[in-house]
Design a protein around this ligand. Structure first.
Ligand SMILES: [Zn+2]
Length: 130
């Protein structure tokens, strides 16, 4: 099922640029058309200029012309289950439905499945500014 998404996230994690935190993270997104986009965290010596794995994956997705996330897998080398940070929850919500699945993974595979609504209840909705 979603094992390929886990594999894509783990492969992406190996490409992380994390020389400062030494905390590699990988993420992979599947869109509603079945396409998979992955990313890793990319740090910068000016620390606030770095960004998360989920953000890299979202960037690849948007540049490919996709805008609807169905599933997301996240893995971190040094944390058993690594939920998306607050900023990434909002970024993922921008392109997700409430039931979009978030898979928290370790080296063995998917260990916990959540939804974006679980991770970001009462999220800021675009309708609020429409
Ligand atoms: Zn993040």
């Amino acid at each position: 099922m979603a094992h390929d998404l886990f594999e894509a996230a783990r492969t992406a994690m190996a490409r992380a640029h994390a020389p400062y935190s030494k905390f590699p993270v990988g993420a992979a997104i599947r869109t509603d058309d079945g396409s998979v986009y992955s990313g890793a965290n990319i740090e910068n010596i000016s620390f606030p200029e770095g960004w998360c794995a989920e953000t890299t994956a979202i960037s690849h997705m948007v540049m490919a012309g996709q805008h609807k996330i169905r599933e997301v897998a996240v893995i971190a080398q040094k944390l058993a289950l690594c939920p998306p940070c607050g900023g990434c929850r909002q970024r993922l919500a921008e392109f997700s439905d409430a039931d979009t699945k978030i898979y928290l993974c370790d080296e063995a595979g998917i260990q916990k499945t959540m939804t974006i609504a679980d991770l970001l209840p009462h999220s800021f909705q675009t309708e609020a500014i429409g």
